[in-house]
Design a protein around this ligand. Structure first.
Ligand code: SF4
Ligand code: SF4
Length: 401
């Protein structure tokens, strides 16, 4: 076997327990087969932040020596299986641990497997995942993406369904029998065992050929080396009072009217940490019903709203982390609604579309809002516990043949 490494890419804090359960259980299952292993998180992602992509690893080997040899690295540079527990991570991930956007399949070995929890099919997911030059396999664990709020865990069997699928796509790691035994040891729950087995039986993979997928090159930055850094601690401030449309400064900002003499206003933003890969939902604004109350602009924790020349508020989707505060504070019903991030392929501004074609924009927006209300997509920012409504679905996963 040599060594088998698995990484779980998850949304910071909201899915931390989920990732830990998956990686720990892999190690317990490997132990059942006389193998050795270890599970650990990436130091660079601590302290985690809400929604930020983070990683946990499980590394399994035949003996201690082999394991130690592979753990001499800070973290595995290539993994046999990458597990993404939120399908919007397929667009690429930006974390605390590096600068720029990394493709979700970057550490997946040539011929390795990417396993994604999603309600989307593989064809749709491939559109988001960055193309690369080595083939890999793609598998989907079907179901709503599991999010729990802070300090709570959503017991919806995503953990064991991922583990059942993992035993199928990577039999050299552990057998399904060992996986089930480890799950029984921890939770002694027949429903969980049924979910594990069902996921094992249902999971299939498809080979993604070289060059297939999103052709875009993810953004990256050249950072100064330590020899180029300034002496002492320097906190660079941003000048106040200048506004921008695009890259062009457009004059003095009038804070009393949030306006730049009709030119609009874009606050300065961190160009080295864009943050949009934190998002699993994004706000849709109804510019026709907006009463220009400024609340979204004031409350957005990331200063995402640009003031448009006509005094409306347009979320800058490069900077938006998807927290949903604007949706919460907007006093007009359905004027700001969080919708599924998986429905989008870019970060284009909404106001420009609305300006160009109001009817077309409103039709598009209404469709996305209706869909968001109908589907069960959620994110950790809005979860405060109480998952009783999900139990019926969880049981269906286990008992439906
Ligand atoms: S969801 Fe709304 S409040 Fe939150 S970061 Fe995005 S624009 Fe700002
Ligand atoms: S909170 Fe709602 S109504 Fe107020 S400015 Fe923002 S979008 Fe318009």
């Amino acid at each position: 076997m040599a060594r088998v490494a698995v990484e779980v890419v998850y949304r910071g804090i909201f899915q931390k327990n989920l990732a830990q359960r998956i990686t720990r259980t892999i190690v317990f299952a490997a132990k059942k087969e006389g193998k050795v292993g270890t599970a650990f998180g990436r130091y660079g992602d601590s302290p985690e932040r809400n929604g930020i992509p983070a990683k946990q690893f499980a590394v399994v080997a035949d003996d201690e020596l082999e394991l130690e040899e592979h753990l001499a690295q800070y973290e595995p540079k290539d993994v046999d299986v990458t597990i993404a527990v939120d399908d919007t991570l397929c667009k690429g991930v930006e974390s605390w641990a590096w600068y720029g956007l990394q493709p979700i399949n970057k550490p997946t070995k040539a011929g390795g497997t990417l396993l994604v929890t999603s309600q989307q099919g593989r064809t749709d997911l491939i559109q988001d995942i960055h193309a690369r030059s080595e083939p890999y396999s793609l598998g989907v664990v079907r179901g709503s993406v599991s999010f729990s709020g802070l300090w709570v865990y959503k017991e919806d069997h995503t953990d064991v369904r991922v583990l059942g699928a993992l035993a199928k796509v990577c039999p050299e790691l552990v057998s399904i029998e060992s996986m089930e035994a480890a799950i029984r040891d921890q939770w002694d729950d027949n429903l969980k065992i049924a979910s594990t087995r069902k996921s094992y039986e249902r999971t299939e993979t498809r080979v993604v050929e070289p060059g297939q997928g999103n052709p875009e090159t993810p953004y990256s930055f050249v950072l100064p080396g330590w020899t180029e850094m300034e002496e002492a601690l320097v906190v660079q401030g941003h000048g106040q009072g200048t506004g921008f449309r695009g890259a062009e400064p457009v004059g003095e900002f009038d804070p009393h009217h949030n306006q730049l003499g009709g030119a609009g206003y874009e606050p300065d933003r961190n160009q080295l940490f864009k943050k949009f890969s934190t998002r699993s939902m994004r706000p849709m604004v109804n510019f026709d019903t907006c009463i220009k109350c400024t609340l979204c602009w004031l409350h957005c924790p990331d200063s995402c709203f640009d003031v448009t020349p006509d005094g409306l508020y347009d979320a800058n989707l490069e900077a938006c982390c998807g927290c949903g505060v604007c949706d919460d504070v907007c006093p007009v019903p359905d004027c700001v609604v969080m919708v599924n991030e998986a429905e989008f392929n870019d970060n284009a501004g909404q106001w420009e579309f609305w300006q160009r074609d109001k009817e077309g924009y409103n039709q598009w927006m209404t469709g996305l809002v209706d869909q968001a209300k109908a589907e069960k997509r959620s994110h950790g920012f809005h979860h405060v516990g109480g998952y009783a409504e999900d139990i019926a679905e969880m049981e269906e996963v286990a008992s439906d043949d």
